[in-house]
Design a protein around this ligand. Sequence first.
Ligand code: NAD
Ligand code: MG
Length: 402
Amino acid sequence: MPAQAAVRRVAVVGATGSIGASALDVIARHPGRLEASVLAAGSRVEALVSLCRKHRPRHAVIADAARYAALRDGLREAGLDDIEAHAGDDALQELVAGDACDTVVAAIVGAAGLPSTLAAARAGKRLLLANKESLVLAGELLTAAAHEAGADIVPIDSEHNAIFQCLGAGSREPGAGSRDLRRIVLTASGGPFRGWTRERLRGVTPAQAVKHPKWSMGPKISVDSATLMNKGLEVIEAHHLFRLPGERIDVLVHPQSLVHSLVEFVDGSTLAQLGLPDMRTALAVGLGWPERIESGVAGLDLLAHGRLDFEAPDPEAFPCLRLAYQALAAGGTAPAIVNAANEVAVSSFLQGRIAFLGIPALVEDCLAAVAGGAAGSIDALLAADAAARDHANQRIAAGALA
Ligand code: NAD
Ligand code: MG
């Protein structure tokens, strides 16, 4: 990098979460090159103030508007008067779109991340996209907005980041991916219940489901990994990022989580990206790109790991993967319906209101019952999202899935 290169100013949206922590860890390794200029969180003011103390952003945003005074006072009490406090979704969107940052780490969990992710894309920011639900909900609109505004999207989901890296070995011009590629293969750890039968899954508790064998992540994505819905969402995510139909996106269970995904080119070459399961690698790719920067992650000692195993996913025990493929094939608002139903189902499961197998049951029910339509506008997508949430909540209230 040239000696006088400008500092990259990064907004970390979802700073108090698991991805947020990994992003801030990488940023802190590169003073003079990277700066966390905006930190945003949902409602945990104390955690946000504590991050502000350490990372000294220019702006701190709490999405929950009712927490504004708490944030302002918390910053003042911590002696951080130079950090500007903001609250509410509109403030967040203005900040990610404004001059305070040139790069946005989109790491809110769920469809709640769509407005800020979209605002960053529309403003032409470099978008480090971890918030996969926004792509599942509105992939076409989001990628079109990024394209129009010249926003580069670097996927942070480890599988898509792996593919992003492998695609560097193909033709360089945008859109060449679908021509060069025969297929992509997303790897999946299989989650904590790999090898379990449907019968055995009946009694699964939230504590068991959030205990992922390989990755340390927030509760929602941990449950998604346990049902394999995470991989289903990732198939839809890959479709939007790499412009391939579902038939050319395969899933392979790989319990060691060292091969993060593979791409097969038309000439028969298969390229894979390997590394320890640590999201700081993907974040460093996005923060440094097109250069490579230190992430704090050690290299991979294959001798110590010994072996790499691969197996097919079990569609009987984990129907969520099939449901996601089905929604992708149906198109329109179907993926938005699946995503919303899944968000309600996971949250209800974590609250002990429905059983583990109630998650796929509820998603399947919503996909069949909620009318799908064209995904032409954000309003149409948000209406489908709301209809699916309504239907899902009614089914849960009726006690159908306990
Ligand atoms: P997490 O639960 O640990 O953190 C979520 C963050 O979002 C928190 O900072 C929270 O304050 C914020 N948030 C929640 N609701 C909000 C709202 N309405 N407005 C503003 N902020 C809000 O989640 P995570 O594991 O860091 O995952 C974040 C995203 O990254 C998810 O979409 C997940 O699928 C994706 N992802 C995570 C990992 C991982 O290793 N954790 C890997 C791949 C992809
Ligand atoms: Mg992933």
